[in-house]
Write a protein that binds this ligand. Sequence first.
Ligand code: AAT
Length: 292
Amino acid sequence: VIPGWFSEISPMWPGEAHSLKVEKILFQGKSDYQNVMVFQSSTYGKVLVLDGVIQLTERDECAYQEMITHLPLCSIPNPKKVLVIGGGDGGVLREVARHSSVEKIDICEIDKMVVDVSKQFFPAVAVGFEDPRVTVHIGDGVAFLKAVPEGTYDAIIVDSSDPIGPAQELFEKPFFQSVARALRPGGVVSTQAESIWLHMHIIEDIVANCRQIFKGSVNYAWTTVPTYPSGVIGFMLCSTEGPPVDFKHPVNPIDANDSQCKSKGTLKFYNSEIHTAAFCLPTFAKKVIESK
Ligand code: AAT
């Protein structure tokens, strides 16, 4: 550990630790679920850390939040009811709110401290909470989903932390079954699905489970996020049986109506070309994912 630097050390990426130079620690707390820290970095803006793992930085959060949201929402016409699990910083809410067809946005985040800290230190991210269509539920996403009536949502976005800690169950088969149940026929889900460089074994299991559960389509997409382990992160994109969804060819482009969102700023990362490109996989990953 280098003095004055934050190093992201975890058994989920043994033998490596990305480091950022710390200008100032702005917040340190312990919630019922995890350690919460915010620091000012010298080159990535403010950084939110949970249990020693970077959740977002001001500089590159756009890549993750825009992709995990617009990959599903731009793949179906007129999404109306959307559920976000995790995502307590509000960034995914900010992105969902860009879609004018959306009428209701529920969010279920386990840790209220994440919401409070985001409102205090990351106003450009927490702006998502200000949208009048948003209802906040503080609780476990697993329990919340079990109570949702069948066929409720057009889209579910699982913006979850890594599977060590409170998010563990969000990577397991029963959770994906409840997601499928809560979606309407032809509804879509997008989940945080780790890195092809570090977690092929986790991805393999998720893909195998999803192929059994989602009778529409099952796909893996990825993007670059410099401050996430290995610099890339992926998403599982699945649809339930019903009107077919071709994730690779977005039918609901957002590029055009983005201008209505002045308070949220404009899109910085997502566009229709990068949407399609996100599904192109390196050969080693393609082999594993297609064999499942
Ligand atoms: N948008 C920032 C990126 C995140 S945040 C993940 C959120 O999921 C956290 O706020 C955490 O408190 C919440 N969470 C964890 N478990 C649950 C649960 N069971 N129910 C509801 N919310 C939960 C993800 C960063 C990925 C990091 C990659 N290394």
